[in-house]
Unconditional design. Structure first.
Length: 194
């Protein structure tokens, strides 16, 4: 599938095993962040997309499901998976494009204890998510759905960008990042830092 995914946990060496198995004694959980494969030719390549206006999303979906299966079977227990690719609408992709219900079912079969975030476009499906994921703002009150508190974890970046950007100029100060973590720690919730 992809560079790292072509090797099993045993083949990755002691350094990788330390991250996966160590868990640092307590409360650190091993999870996966799964977004569209940025190296796949069907991802954000406008020239390729123009040439292939009638491309078949089923081919990419098959690739996505196979890659997810590989990640959930080769690397031992996975505590959570953070899917980050549903944006339904005219120019987006949603649950039907990804076969999100099938993907979720597979994840739960392969890793029965796994927690799954709310980005499969299954917010209206019972059991379609385990935790909410507000991003880039400080949650001031508990997160609720239908008046009931739910598990949540916030997504914060070190800068203004979600990924590497060579010319990034909007870096958050160490003090700001520390203060954000302290505020969230008081609420005893998960923080994903990127």
């Amino acid at each position: 599938m992809a560079n790292l995914m072509n090797r099993s946990l045993g083949e990755l060496g002691d350094e990788w095993k330390w991250w996966v198995q160590g868990r640092f004694g307590m409360f650190i959980h091993w999870g996966l962040y799964a977004l569209l494969d940025r190296h796949h030719p069907m991802r954000d390549n406008t020239e390729f997309q123009e040439k292939n206006k009638n491309r078949d999303i089923r081919k990419y979906r098959e690739y996505l499901h196979a890659q997810t299966k590989e990640l959930l079977t080769k690397f031992g227990p996975v505590d959570y998976i953070f899917f980050d690719f549903s944006y339904p609408g005219e120019n987006g992709k949603g649950r039907d494009d990804w076969q999100s219900e099938k993907l979720l079912k597979m994840a739960r079969q392969l890793q029965p204890h796994i927690l799954v975030n709310d980005r499969l476009d299954l917010n209206d499906v019972p059991g379609g998510w385990d935790f909410k994921t507000p991003e880039q703002f400080m949650v001031r009150e508990r997160v609720e759905v239908d008046g009931k508190p739910v598990l949540w974890g916030t997504c914060q970046t070190f800068s203004g960008s979600w990924g590497y950007h060579r010319d990034e100029s909007e870096w958050k100060s160490t003090e700001q990042r520390f203060e954000n973590c302290q505020r969230l720690r008081k609420r005893q919730k998960v923080v994903w830092l990127r």
